[in-house]
Design a protein around this ligand. Sequence first.
Ligand code: IPM
Ligand code: MG
Length: 352
Amino acid sequence: MKICVLPGDGIGPEIIVEAVRVLKALGLAFEMEEAPVGGAGYRALGHPLPESTLALAKASDAILFGAVGDFSLDSLPRELRPEQAILGLRKELNLFANFRPALVYPELVDASSLKPEVISGLDILIIRELTGDIYFGKPRGIRTLESGEREGFDTMRYSESEIRRVLRVGFDAARKRSKRLCSVDKANVLDTMQLWREVAVEVGKEYPDVELSHQYVDNAAMQLLKNPKQFDVIVTGNMFGDILSDEASMLTGSIGMLPSASLNENNFGLYEPIHGSAPDIAGKGIANPLATILSAAMMLRFSFNHIEAADRIEAAVKRVLAQGFRTGDIIEPGMKAIGTREMGDAVLAALN
Ligand code: IPM
Ligand code: MG
């Protein structure tokens, strides 16, 4: 089993190190190889997704990814900016199904800005389409009109088959949970999203045992704050999923807690925390490594079928929270914040 480890930028290297330590402590036969991506890829090899990095990713059984993004490189042409690394990996490896679970740990109920009764016990799963939509649609660009004014444009685009396959992932996931699936679209305004809804209804006929509902994305954004427990599995497009998953992370207390899995048709996966490179706290040793450690657990579960090891990591994370260990992002009054390394140490100790 070969894991491609891509730390990336900002806090990426700090959090990845902790997840790697946890993986190594499990005593499983993993081979791990690291490569630069994002700003780090650009600085080392002149490209955010260097060919050698992509080749390593393709030759591996799974990818553990940190984060990319580096303000100091934002003036580069878009194809050389750090974010292109993750977008390129998703597209090249066809990782169209992105699982973003949002789970409220009892110990963190007060870390959320929402009232405890609204969020306690929350356990939802957002499935975000990851290789289509306005993220990749063409044409796109910035052009100069005859008037001399510049105009920016992007294209929202989904083919039927792209919608169908992610909907199926959503229905399959719902089947394993509470058998309720909410498809989020904007069918009242966008043609692409009208097609999304039509295909959702069609696919729904293959799953008579799953209750399918639909919400417009604006309403879904509101409902997530008003009554998040009405949801179980949400399936949505790339851009709406990007936004709703950040919103959902706040229900759980911190974006530093949310792992994700991005899978292709063959269950090959890339695993990453949903947060970014957080340049403001990079290098300070205070970032929360739990989202990355939990992403490693998802990797064991989805890619390697090491269910027991995945359970062990998740139980260890629960234990450290119960023991009162907190990084700054999930701190509450009267508690003392620990750093990234100490949190890694705490999880390692709790593994056994
Ligand atoms: C995410 C991130 C990425 C996205 C960025 C870094 C390109 O926000 O994974 O949610 O927009 O998909
Ligand atoms: Mg995002």
